[in-house]
Design a protein around this ligand. Structure first.
Ligand code: GAP
Length: 441
């Protein structure tokens, strides 16, 4: 059943223009995915909700957009150059490579049964070079996490905006990891996006801020449309945590392929600011008037955008009916849905209906840009098509709109995705209804 759900999600995502395999016409490129027209809208809505909740609605978090390529010393300081690696084993026969910690039997190839070699550490940072010379002097890395760009700008923000502790920096952006075994659709890819906050606190207050962020993460999970009953927390044990963390909670989601990490919340102590301060020789400290300078500690809530997309799709996917009569719909929150409403004339070949419907479409589009015009096929087919991409409302203009029943002049039907129910509303009320539902909270 679960495997079946995964296949249905991957197939719907491709068929309906959400997510395609990367560079597909060339046979693809493992670990890369391209977001199509509806996918990019869905992803942008998720990022906008996150930005609204964690940056714009708060007075204590400042937005950032740092460069992806940083001075390589930053990754030496953070420990990624030496330690950001996974154990790799290679099959002597078929040459396939695996992550040793993902295998039950580290001696035998799961693909061909051949003998696996010794595990060796494989650094996951993508390397490239800056400048014209290719002699190694310009080696740089694509960032493996967005966090680094925020730590190195701690002092800049402190000097330009003078925030008081506690305060955070928030950033959304691409991260790159040369994963040994990218898999499970967009769950583990080599190029993905993160939404992260580095929240700087006084050392003795870290536990209370950790709890506050834990709560805030649950609020986001509910708001974005992830089924809360499919999410659970995992206290990451000593020895399993990243090198910089003294406490980590993983938020795990029950994906169709099993329970796996969705988000992470980490107490990074003063590890990063101290390390960057030592390596750059710039003091990354904080002090209020008359106070001795100290290195702030950090709480880091980290969210993967692509894993959010997958968890949202898995939570929203619904089917109703039987046999040939199955209705597939995505129960997305309206403010997350890629399309907020479809506007249709009841019949495509009646110019007066089309003209009125175009008027309604233009009026609504001014208020809510994420709407579509749909006059393809019969009304039933249009509803099915919109259900499948999670469009919460369909607005239909019929002969009553034109005054066939005078009391219904300038009214339309508004059809609801989840129940299939229809109501008759004035054009203005229908527009208001879509606007209110589509607005971010
Ligand atoms: N700054 C902390 C950090 O990067 P992480 O647990 O390695 O911690 C944070 O990554 C989040 O980024 C994960 O919880 C997940 O949502 C997402 N993520 C990590 N690796 C990923 C990958 N290969 N593909 C897709 N998302 C990934």
């Amino acid at each position: 059943m679960a495997q079946d759900l995964m296949e249905k999600i991957v197939s719907l995502a491709k068929r309906r223009g959400f997510i395609y395999p990367g560079s597909e016409i060339y046979g693809g490129l493992a670990g890369t995915w391209d977001y199509g027209p509806y996918g990019v809208e869905l992803k942008n809505n998720i990022k906008n909700l996150w930005w609204r909740m964690f940056v714009q609605s708060r007075d204590d978090v400042y937005g950032m957009d740092a460069a992806i390529i940083m001075n390589p010393k930053a990754w030496e300081a953070s420990g990624h150059a030496s330690g950001f690696s996974d154990p790799l084993v290679e099959c002597g026969k078929c040459k396939h490579r695996f992550r040793a910690d993902h295998l039950e039997d580290v001696t035998k190839c799961p693909d061909c049964g051949g003998k696996l070699g010794e595990a060796r550490q494989f650094n996951m940072m993508f390397r490239t070079s800056v400048g014209a010379l290719d002699d190694g002097s310009g080696t740089v890395y694509l960032r493996p996490e967005t966090a680094g760009g925020m730590f190195v700008n701690f002092k800049n923000v402190l000097d330009s905006l003078h925030p008081s502790l506690p305060f955070g920096l928030g950033q959304i952006g691409k991260a790159f990891r040369n994963e040994i075994a990218p898999r499970d659709f967009i769950f583990r890819s080599r190029e993905f996006e993160q939404m992260e906050v580095e929240y700087f606190v006084r050392p003795d207050t870290w536990a209370e801020h950790f709890e506050a962020w834990r709560k805030a993460m649950w609020e986001f999970i509910a708001a974005v449309g992830i089924a809360k009953d499919k999410v659970s927390e995992l206290e990451v044990a000593d020895g399993d945590r990243a090198h910089y963390s003294k406490r980590t909670i993983d938020f795990e989601f029950e994906y169709p392929f099993g329970k796996k990490e969705l988000y992470g919340l980490a107490y990074r102590t003063d590890f990063d600011l101290r390390a960057h301060s030592d390596t750059s020789t710039k003091p990354l400290t904080y002090a209020e008037e008359g106070e001795e300078a100290f290195v702030p500690h950090v709480i880091e809530p980290s969210f993967g955008v692509d894993r959010t997309v997958l968890a949202v799709l898995a939570s929203a996917y619904a089917e109703e009916g039987e046999g040939d009569n199955i209705r597939v719909f995505l129960k997305l929150p309206p403010y997350i849905a890629p399309v907020k409403a479809a506007v249709s004339p009841l019949l495509k070949n009646k110019p007066e209906l089309v003209a009125k419907a175009r008027e309604v479409y233009a009026a609504l589009k001014k208020e809510v840009p994420q709407i579509v015009w749909d006059d393809n096929g019969n009304i039933g087919k249009r509803y099915r098509r919109q259900d499948e991409i999670g469009t919460p409302f369909c607005i239909v203009i019929d002969f009553d709109t034109l005054g066939e029943k005078p009391e219904l002049t300038d009214t339309v039907t508004l059809r609801h995705r989840d129940t299939g129910e229809q109501e008759r509303l004035t054009i203005q009320d229908a527009i208001t209804r879509v606007c209110e539902a589509a607005m971010l909270r």
